[in-house]
Write a protein that binds this ligand. Structure first.
Ligand code: FA5
Ligand code: MG
Length: 416
């Protein structure tokens, strides 16, 4: 397969992405199939379900937050380049140097300083430094993650930031003289950061949670079941996740919290306190439109896309599968190399490179260490299914064998 945006030449030490040259090094782990996703911009593609949902979220924020003169308070950024620095993606957000999310096994690196953003929060500090107080940042993000119907290595997020001054927060309170944003020598607890007063954190938490619950209700209807889970993020404290009940399960749709004051200080917003959240568009769209598998968003099939041809983003749409084609499951077992160099993510990437979107799921079925020889073996089930036709066992076997050969050659494993 060739791509118009990318140029991956193993022998060259440079990569052309979105028209820009990048040096490669031993951190480079972007794969050709990931590179073909750059520039697809599904979140702004006319009539795409992710785009319809984006419009609904933007409209909600426009309607909900207005200045005294009636103009929308939030500004929208939906075409920022997904290639970012390690400093944008991690350092600017106080992610510790040894945090697992920085690892090569979790992100797609272009070189040691540059990666495909792993979350939209990567742009937060810069936009605050530009002087913005209310904004949404929307785009594609890239992660080396597990593979199943709700996880895909490229997905889309909407991130939001809202910063407020003491005057804005306390303007409706009588005797607001005694109310302050900050306290000196305060102590960090589960409820707040050391520098914040408890009353201001509670007011911000209320506004954040009300905003997100009413967003969920505007999208899913008044009866949607939601719950809050305490969470940890390096860039917010306290932090939460919102889950909605969908298809008999609780599904995590977003992370949020009160922004770390250090980020605001470093970005020049010293007299403000902020809340922020990041939500996954695919997860919401799957619930809202009854889309059973995350791979469908990348389909160019008219049978899928035509179901979303509506000019009103609020139109009620329930996706009807054209038909469900049968799946085929093949197992693969191998001994891992004994030098510790093996990672499942490397295996997942190879499977995806070879199988493409017919890979529905990869399950680690069995893992054991032989007591005598002290070697570890992994057994994975690979579920193959085409979204638009029936796969023959023969086609699946060919792909499966190719996967076996490639992993043996590239990952130093011994097929059993
Ligand atoms: C974040 O990415 C944080 N940046 C969110 C945040 C922003 C928190 C600002 C606080 C302040 P997390 O990794 O949980 O958090 O991802 C956020 C959402 O993205 C998830 O709730 C989920 O809806 C979606 N998501 C995460 N991984 C995947 C995936 N592999 N496929 C599809 N959606 C995903
Ligand atoms: Mg999460």
């Amino acid at each position: 397969r060739t791509s118009t945006v990318a140029n991956v030449d193993k022998n060259s030490n440079e990569l052309v992405l979105l028209g820009q040259k990048y040096a490669t090094d031993d951190w480079t782990n972007v794969t050709p199939s990931i590179i073909t996703k750059l520039g697809r911009n599904l979140h702004v593609k006319q009539y795409h379900p992710l785009s319809l949902l984006r419009q609904r979220i933007v409209n909600y924020f426009y309607g909900q937050f207005r200045s005294k003169s009636g103009t929308p308070s939030f500004s929208i950024y939906d075409n920022i380049c997904p290639i970012v620095t390690v400093s944008q993606n991690f350092d600017s957000l106080l992610v510790p140097k040894d945090h697992p999310s920085r690892k090569k096994t979790d992100c797609y690196f272009i070189n040691q300083d540059t990666l495909l953003r792993a979350h939209m929060t990567a742009h937060q500090a810069e936009l605050i430094s530009m002087g913005l107080n209310n904004f949404l940042v929307i785009g594609d993000v890239y992660r080396r993650d597990e593979i199943d119907s709700t996880h895909y290595p490229v997905f889309h997020q909407v991130d939001a930031v809202r910063l407020r001054t003491s005057d804005e927060i306390f303007c409706n309170v009588n005797d607001s003289e005694s109310l302050k944003l900050f306290e000196h020598r305060g102590i960090e607890s589960a409820e707040k950061q050391g520098c914040h007063t408890l009353e201001v954190v509670k007011i911000m938490e209320q506004e954040l949670k009300n905003t997100l619950i009413s967003l969920a209700q505007v999208i899913f209807g008044k009866d949607v079941r939601c719950r809050w889970i305490d969470q940890y993020f390096p860039f917010t404290h306290p932090s939460w996740e919102l889950e909605v009940f969908y298809n008999d399960k609780w599904l995590e749709i977003l992370g949020c919290g009160i922004m770390r004051q250090e980020i605001l200080q470093k970005s020049g917003a010293v007299d403000r306190i902020g809340w922020a959240f990041g939500l996954g568009l695919e997860r919401l769209a799957m619930c809202l439109y009854n889309i059973p598998d995350i791979r469908l968003f990348w389909s160019n099939d008219a049978g899928f896309l035509n179901q979303f041809k509506v000019d009103n983003p609020n139109a009620h749409i329930q996706y009807k599968p054209i038909s469900i084609y049968p799946s085929c499951t093949n197992d693969i077992s191998f001994w891992l190399p004994q030098d510790g160099s093996y990672s499942s993510q490397d295996f997942y990437d190879i499977v995806r490179e070879i199988g493409g979107d017919i890979i529905e799921q990869i399950l680690l079925k069995d893992e054991f260490t032989h007591p005598k020889i002290q070697k570890t073996s992994h057994c994975y089930s690979i579920v193959y299914r085409h979204m638009e036709r029936t796969l023959t066992q023969r086609t699946v076997n060919e792909i499966h064998n190719q996967i076996g050969k490639t992993v043996a050659a590239k990952l130093n494993v011994i097929i059993r």
